[in-house]
Design a protein around this ligand. Sequence first.
Ligand SMILES: C[S@@+](CC[C@H](N)C(=O)[O-])C[C@H]1O[C@@H](n2cnc3c(N)ncnc32)[C@H](O)[C@@H]1O
Length: 358
Amino acid sequence: MKDLTEKIQNAVDTGALLRVTLSGRFDKTVKKCSYAVKSVRGKNVIACEKLMPDGKALHANLPTGGCAEIIAAESACYKQTDVSAKDFTAVVLRSKKGALHIKYGKPAADASVKPEGKNYILDPGVRYDFLVMLGIQDGTGRVHDKKQSKFRQINRFLQIVGDVMPSLPEDGIRVWDLCCGKSYLSFAVYYYMTYVLGKSVTVFCVDRKADVIAECAGYAEGLGWDGLHFICGDIFKCLPEGERPDLMLSLHACDTATDMVLSEAVKRGARVILSSPCCQHELASQIECRELSYVTREPILKQKLSAILTDALRCRLLYACGYKVTTLEFIDPEDTEKSYDPRRKVSDPGEAPDVRAR
Ligand SMILES: C[S@@+](CC[C@H](N)C(=O)[O-])C[C@H]1O[C@@H](n2cnc3c(N)ncnc32)[C@H](O)[C@@H]1O
């Protein structure tokens, strides 16, 4: 174990450690334990997560200096230890009587490779429990082929959240995600603000789909993320009076639900609104313009025109309410229409998002 302990410490010191996972604790008091390097206020620490038998997760940060000794000592309580670094992997198998077997290997081909030129917040080579639960990564941390663009979109979104952080309170940030659906982005925002930036954050997610809300609430409980709350209801009816979100999210909220979110955000004085629209039907059924009939006679073009006009109107209204307004893509260029895949549905909400920040 001495050689491996040195290798782990070296990997930590050189920024090459991806993850250490301990499983099969002999006394069954912990289900699984993992260690990964994370940056808190610009300083690297070792984030330890212990998944308990009741589904809760305990988190602690260790200093990087001497951490390998601590990890090695903890490893003695587990049947298996998996070490993943950029330049090596190791599997440690231990019997109850203490017999030890260590097997070294090479890292998976793409384990440590970030897409070129991308400053990703979530590393494609690292396993994130919330992404495994949400079906974006498999148990080893590999992003599923079909979820690659979702993974890129989450990362792009986190970069945008990073950009608006200076407009949010230093701590005690309140986030609302209305029409949250499976809440990929809320989980990611919670992870980013809590574990990467070290902020305290409360996220309220609302959707009318009871099964999806129950599933997400289960994941949050399993992760022990007690600042992440899920509420089942219609956003037109169930929003609490008098509450003020700092950051309002509305991502692909259907049709006029986006307008409802924007209106609530303005009324409540949200500091930042990040919104990507979805399926704007409202205006499409109302456009009557002889001069534009050469566009509106084509159903697809009419739909696109109404989407653009709807977004332009929303931007102007937000501007009139005192917000600084910016529209931008929050997906990778390789996922835009230039690389249009004819198998993708035209209504895929990933195609034309925009973002607004005060
Ligand atoms: C296209 S999904 C987007 C989900 C998620 N925000 C995302 O970007 O992955 C739209 C979601 O809005 C929810 N929704 C639409 N209108 C709603 C309303 N009035 N109240 C609550 N949820 C609503 C739907 O149930 C659905 O889950």
